[in-house]
Design a protein around this ligand. Structure first.
Ligand SMILES: [Zn+2]
Length: 139
């Protein structure tokens, strides 16, 4: 993968997405003020997945579809969340999956998923697919 740059979120991105979220806009990963990216390796893998998605589709086309299509947003997030979970210690995976599932059905992802249960099933399936159906793919 080409070079990725880490940046503190500028004011306009904090205004658009709130102070606490991480945002990937290739080639940059924007993190909340005061966060050290090196302390969040699984989250970095999540954001790197979005950068790979943006590079595969074209950044502007990806951003447009992400902002306008719930279905597209949901699929892009499920893929990135599964990568993050695969890079997360086993004891924290279930909490993380449930947290993201409720966020995907909520305001933060503008109700990309119809409900948290459906999002959780999609996340579990994607983690299983990613890890080739291995036992440690369980969350
Ligand atoms: Zn994401």
């Amino acid at each position: 993968m080409n070079k990725i740059r880490f940046r503190t979120k500028p004011f306009w991105l904090r205004w658009l997405t709130g102070p606490r979220t991480w945002v990937a806009i290739a080639p940059c990963i924007y993190h909340p003020k005061g966060k050290d990216p090196s302390l969040h390796p699984a989250l970095i893998e999540h954001e790197k997945t979005h950068i790979a998605q943006q590079r595969a589709k074209g950044l502007y086309k990806w951003l447009f579809r992400y902002l306008t299509s719930k279905k597209f947003r949901l699929h892009q997030e499920v893929e990135a969340i599964a990568v993050e979970i695969a890079n997360t210690p086993a004891k924290e995976r279930s909490w993380l999956a449930h947290e993201y599932a409720s966020q995907l059905a909520g305001k933060q992802y503008r109700r990309a998923a119809p409900c948290a249960w459906a999002a959780l099933e999609m996340i579990k399936n994607e983690v299983r697919r990613l890890e080739g159906g291995q036992q440690n793919g369980k969350i």
